[in-house]
Design a protein around this ligand. Structure first.
Ligand code: URA
Ligand code: SF4
Length: 207
């Protein structure tokens, strides 16, 4: 072991964050106010991944804090998951102008940051929010209407679980059976149950 040289090149979440905040690797850097790195428990078992920052995220530098973020908070709270206990990030770290969908090139340019975040946090479950994030992370997944609510084996031991994007729920306020909100409520209960099972296994001394 060479601790001193290893320490010199060690990538930490904080060093990655500062690289994101000054990154100019894609054209989104030109129009951003703040890069939005991501936040939450660095040891989280679950990571929620959205598409990219919106207006409030761009002005505050925090993920999912605008209207979609409030909706996400509601979804988490409905099953007693504390926002601080998970990690929340996005595919692209800078806001696409007018909230357009990020281009392939922008997502490609930004993905090394997400990959590094995943490598450092080592989640067991990645929840992809919406079709863009889901298709980017798992190109062979069916569309979000079909893939949502399904645990896919993804990479090694990591599972991928697509859910509707919270902004989709804002557009469809109905809570009737079969509505996006209703289905999302079913989905987040599955995440909660998965977390509970992990807890039981850990306290039983299983990995
Ligand atoms: N929508 C996203 O996909 N991510 C955010 O951080 C906010 C809105
Ligand atoms: Fe860099 Fe990602 Fe921002 Fe593009 S979106 S400038 S790759 S941090």
């Amino acid at each position: 072991m060479k601790p001193s040289s290893d320490a010199a090149v060690a990538v930490t979440l904080e060093s990655l964050r500062s690289r994101v905040l000054t990154c100019t690797a894609c054209p989104l850097s030109a129009s951003r106010t703040h890069g939005v790195f991501g936040e939450g428990d660095p040891g989280a078992r679950v990571m929620f991944i959205g598409e990219g920052p919106g207006e409030v995220e761009d002005s505050t530098g925090r993920p999912f804090v605008g209207p979609a973020g409030q909706k996400l908070d509601e979804v988490l709270t409905s099953v007693g998951i504390a926002r601080e206990s998970v990690y929340i990030g996005n595919i692209v770290k800078c806001r696409p102008p007018g909230n357009r969908v990020p281009s392939r090139g922008e997502m490609e340019a930004c993905t090394p940051y997400l990959e590094a975040q995943i490598a450092l946090i080592q989640p067991s479950l990645v929840v992809s929010l919406g079709n863009t994030a889901t298709q980017w992370l798992k190109p062979d997944a069916p569309g979000i209407t079909q893939s949502r609510g399904t645990f896919y084996s993804w990479r090694g031991d990591i599972l991928l679980f697509p859910m509707f994007h919270p902004s989709y729920l804002l557009r469809y306020p109905s809570r009737d059976k079969g509505s996006p909100k209703y289905l999302t409520w079913l989905d987040i209960q599955k995440v909660k149950a998965w977390l509970g099972e992990r807890e039981n296994r850990t306290s039983a001394g299983l990995s």
